[in-house]
Design a protein around this ligand. Structure first.
Ligand SMILES: [Zn+2]
Ligand SMILES: [Zn+2]
Ligand SMILES: [Zn+2]
Length: 309
């Protein structure tokens, strides 16, 4: 179905998923494939009349068994919500669903890295507006988590632990704090309103978190996203990336190799209307040029989070 090649010059895999050209593109409200299948209504991807959270295999997968997995996670059967507006209990339940998928996909021998993410907004290529995220089970360790593990080697310890300690010490870029997690604009953010949410304790993955931590993680994530929406008083596009320990190719989640659960948000907006484009320096040299300081973004985001509640 899809073909993987290795780009020698960059030292990274590229996946060709040609069939994805045919995938559903911004269907009308009546034809939303992520709605429940209501009696008398059109058949959707989800063959039940109502649901809380639904997970199913992507019909247009970039990865599929026995070479990985691609799943869709639908947060609610309410078409018009968003992650930020889910009831707190539902957001908490979503953390348990993520945890379950991490464990189950991570136990597969053909999956080395379980990547949970959400693309939100047409600005980041979203083709369906119904609140949902995705999970890829990569049959290899992708470059970004590999870079983070290389940072652990370079620093001689857990990098997210060290960065969090630095942010707590500095304090200027902190956004949300509770007993289990901290949200902040990182010291060297690449995106104008980049936010990281990390567990206070060293937790390799969601599987290592207690029930209270999962609840408090959900709460902090929702506060961040509601703050995003309040910032420019418009739905705020972002990529949300959940980084966790690799699960290895031996099956099971005990694979050595480090990792510290954190969630990164990459929002492409610089102002209410202006998008940050990845252009010459970013694409050709790999160096982000930002036009605002993380300390200033943090002030604006803190105010927006307070407004949003
Ligand atoms: Zn829908
Ligand atoms: Zn750590
Ligand atoms: Zn990360």
């Amino acid at each position: 179905m899809s073909e993987q090649r290795f780009n020698e010059l960059r030292g990274e895999p590229v996946v060709y998923a040609i069939h994805r050209q045919d995938r559903t593109f911004l269907p009308t409200r009546e034809r939303c494939p992520l709605d429940a299948t209501r009696p008398g209504g059109p058949e959707t991807e989800i063959p039940v009349a109502s649901f809380e959270i639904a997970v199913f295999e992507n019909r247009f997968p970039a990865f599929s068994s026995p070479r990985g997995a691609a799943e869709v996670v639908v947060y609610t059967d309410d078409h018009d919500g968003s992650f930020g507006t889910l009831a707190a209990e539902r957001a908490e339940a979503l953390m348990w669903v993520w945890r379950h998928r991490y464990l189950e996909l991570g136990a597969r021998a053909d999956i080395e890295y379980v990547f949970i993410f959400e693309n939100r907004g047409v600005e980041v290529g979203v083709t369906l507006h119904h609140p949902h995220g995705q999970i890829y089970g990569y049959p290899f360790l992708p470059p970004v988590p590999a870079l983070e593990l290389a940072a652990d080697e370079r620093l001689g310890g857990c990098t997210p632990c060290a960065l969090l300690a630095g942010e707590l010490d500095d304090g200027r870029r902190l956004l949300v704090e509770n007993d289990a997690v901290v949200a902040y604009v990182p010291f060297a953010a690449r995106w104008g309103y980049e936010v990281h949410v990390a567990t206070r304790e060293h937790r390799p993955s969601l599987a290592a978190c207690g029930a209270d931590e999962l609840r408090l993680l959900a709460d902090a994530l929702q506060r961040v996203v509601r703050g995003f929406d309040a910032l420019f008083e418009r739905p705020f596009p972002y990529v949300m990336a959940v980084h966790q320990a690799p699960t290895g190719d031996s099956g099971g989640i005990d694979a050595p190799g480090g990792g510290h659960l954190h969630v990164e948000f990459y929002p492409p907006l610089r102002t209410a209307e202006k998008l940050k484009y990845l252009a010459g320096s970013e694409q050709g040299a790999g160096t982000f040029i930002a036009d605002m300081l993380p300390e200033d973004s943090a002030v604006a985001l803190r105010e927006a989070i307070a407004r949003a509640g």
